[in-house]
Design a protein around this ligand. Sequence first.
Ligand code: SF4
Length: 318
Amino acid sequence: MSESIDFSRPPEGSLFDPVASPRGLRLALVFGNESPTGRCPFYNVQCIHCDLGAGEGVSFTPEMNRGRLAFIKEHFKNVLPEICHLVIYNYGSTLNDSELSKETRHRILEFAASLASVKRISFDSREQFVTAERVNDMIAALRPDQSMSITLGFESQSEEVRIGHLKKSITREEVDAVFVALSGHNGRTAVEMNVLFQPPGITGNEAIIEAVATIEYGIQMMKKHGVLVDFNFHPYYPSIKGTKFFPDHPRAMMEHAIRSLFMIIRMIKQQSPESRIFVGWNDEGHDLQPTVKKMKQLLYSPAFAAFNVSQNEDDLQI
Ligand code: SF4
């Protein structure tokens, strides 16, 4: 007799522990992708660095994601009363109705609204699905003391890097449209802009300068549209796809990442003190050099963990 697979529990690499973050204790929750293939529609079409878009190998139904949510409630029941920031992923775009139904989204929003300590909920999405209508609908499902942000995988302000190297077709006009869709909610919306440190094609000083320029661009967008921007700073790691297209591109030099962060911290202090930076290590098990990663984590994780709370550059003096 064949055993049926229980999809309520996320795979090991997608079941995260809560981590301290600039917006309080943060918990990333991964749901299944409800597209007909169970994959992100951009997987194998764009984003050469991304292995995540492959999903969990099955097309999820809203019912399966209801089971995932039930698992989450039980698994994290002891820590949920302390969580301040929920981050929602589905291996693709959580605002695309074909990848995460409105029904599932609302079930997640209802869950977030039921947690007294949660003040921020982030939804990962490609730009084109972030419409004013969807944003209004989602904000209306949250409590007035909660804000919603869109995690935008912008990665790099350089068109050459983002569109040319990463094959991620997000134009500046489309980023503008995301901010327009989020505007007009009295501080209850935000963008969490992903910045890929040392993306394929650039290394050394160029990578340091590029990350600073990307943050500067995010700050400009914030000033232009009056929508808060926080930043997720991710050092590059070699994934299967990234290595296929850029076999010689090395994993991010952490010494350079820290130098870049020093410059970024000072810029944020001067220009946008309300923005926060979160340095993230999560690879959902896709880092092709797990041993090297472990060694780097042993060395740098305590500093980043401290910085993620304090936002103080002194914590990065290793
Ligand atoms: S980076 Fe995002 S949009 Fe691109 S393939 Fe991966 S999950 Fe899809």
